[in-house]
Ligand binder design. Structure first.
Ligand SMILES: Cc1cc2nc3c(=O)[nH]c(=O)nc-3n(C[C@H](O)[C@H](O)[C@H](O)COP(=O)(O)OP(=O)(O)OC[C@H]3O[C@@H](n4cnc5c(N)ncnc54)[C@H](O)[C@@H]3O)c2cc1C
Length: 394
């Protein structure tokens, strides 16, 4: 292949795709296609829900991040024709052809076939999902009358978070803190009720013991109700049916949020293997030599993007491809609006200091120096206090 004119087409503008595009800029003719106009730093979607960060901090425009060496096309990829080496994008008459294809389409929420889940539970993967949930929380608060009895306020403000992994913990503590703060500000009586539903016998099953005790303490302090060994049987418009010890209970809810799993983007499921000019990374990649497996994380997709870029260059030049070991960069979980826990080099710090450390750490992981500096300055000078849940129309 002629390196300068090789058409490299990257599908998906998330962690894998955007960072690959930044790395590959200047190598051949690079096009990035994504269905959103922005990148999303998903680990801080919880802070966006609580208003600790703004959309521009964590979801900068792809066009602002990329320079003229990468063509950005906004659109939904509808088909990938491996034989014709072309991709079709919704509402574009012309297909886009490629010599090298990079698949970085990420995952979608896995509702696991539970009755009503896809229809009525809210996913939590995009900015619009966070906007939707914040609106549901505000509407539920707005329905509580000023003189409501504590038990009525509690039942109107019952939210279920399905999945007790890191996402479920981060989301539920954030929601509980936000709702408690709103009740105080509105001088309402009672407490919100936020439930976490987890199938196994403990929360954050994938995390080590060192960090789990801080997580459990934070759930307790934020008064999140944890239901382990509990299965969701059905989700309805205003309720959730749970099963524990062979007994079923129906809980009335203001909203159910589903963070119980991710599955591969359906577009990728239709493809076949064995095409040497196709590379995949991020949540859709599978590592047959890693036992049990590597979980799809942002830090994995990020590390893969530099390996991918160097392998795409090697492929174009007809050289042998390389592999690389994944380096665990530690864990950082947000625990409500006041604190976090950060595990680094085998040590855990927690509380408000860890929250600051998490902001500092994530500033460094944002794409491009320019964006990092702008966001770092904004967080330093303007602060990162949460935005209270105001009545709608305020
Ligand atoms: C709420 C949340 C919090 C998380 N927190 C952490 C964390 O703290 N630490 C961590 O390491 N990981 C975290 N993760 C996981 C991490 O975000 C993912 O593993 C990572 O984003 C995977 O990168 P990716 O490129 O495979 O997919 P993504 O980043 O999801 O990117 C996929 C892109 O493809 C686009 N796309 C999808 N379908 C189409 C289509 N048909 N046409 C065009 N474009 C399409 C999507 O819009 C998206 O831009 C979190 C995930 C979520 C949802």
């Amino acid at each position: 292949m002629a390196p300068a004119t090789t058409k490299i087409l990257i599908l998906g503008g998330g962690f894998g795709g955007l960072f690959s595009a930044l790395e590959l800029a200047g190598t051949g003719d690079v096009t990035l296609v994504s269905d959103e106009d922005h990148f999303l730093f998903k680990p801080m979607l919880y802070e966006y829900l609580s208003g600790e960060v703004d959309a521009w901090h964590i979801a900068p425009d792809c066009k602002e991040l990329l320079d003229e060496r990468v063509r950005f096309v906004r659109g939904v990829v509808t088909t990938i024709d491996l034989e014709a080496r072309a991709v079709t994008v919704a509402e574009r008459a012309e297909s886009i052809s490629y010599d090298v294809l990079v698949l970085a389409l990420g995952g979608v929420t896995n509702f696991a076939g539970v009755e009503g889940a896809e229809q009525y539970a809210l996913p939590f993967r995009k900015l619009v999902d966070a906007n939707h949930l914040r609106r549901r929380m505000t509407e539920a608060l707005d329905r509580v009358q000023p003189d409501a009895a504590p038990q009525d306020a509690r039942s109107a403000l019952t939210f279920a978070v399905v999945g007790g992994g890191a996402s479920g913990v981060e989301l539920s503590t954030k929601m509980a803190d936000l709702l408690q703060d709103a009740l105080r500000r509105r001088a309402l009586q009672g407490e919100p009720r936020v439930l976490v539903i987890e199938m196994t016998d403990h929360v954050v099953p994938g995390m080590g013991e060192e960090i789990r005790k801080f997580v459990e303490q934070a759930l307790f302090e934020s008064r999140v109700e944890v239901h382990t060994q509990t299965r969701v049987v059905r989700v309805a418009p205003n309720s959730i049916r749970l099963e524990h010890n062979h007994e079923q209970t129906e809980v009335a809810t203001a909203a159910v949020v589903w963070v119980a799993g991710v599955r591969v983007n359906p577009l990728v499921e239709q493809l076949v293997r064995g095409h040497e000019n196709i590379f995949a990374l991020g949540d859709i990649a599978f590592y047959k030599d890693v036992v049990p497996t590597l979980a799809g994380t942002a830090q994995l997709a990020f590390q893969q993007s530099s390996l991918l870029a160097s392998n795409v260059r090697r492929f174009i030049e007809g050289r042998e491809l390389k592999s690389r070991h994944f380096v665990e960069l530690g864990e950082a979980v947000s625990l409500g609006t006041e604190r976090a826990a950060v595990l680094s080099a085998g040590k855990v710090i927690s509380g408000p200091l860890a929250r600051q450390a998490r902001f500092a750490l994530y500033t460094q992981r944002l794409p491009t120096w320019h964006h990092r500096l702008r966001v770092g300055a904004s967080w330093f000078f303007e602060g990162t206090a949460p935005r209270p849940l105001q009545p709608l129309g305020f």
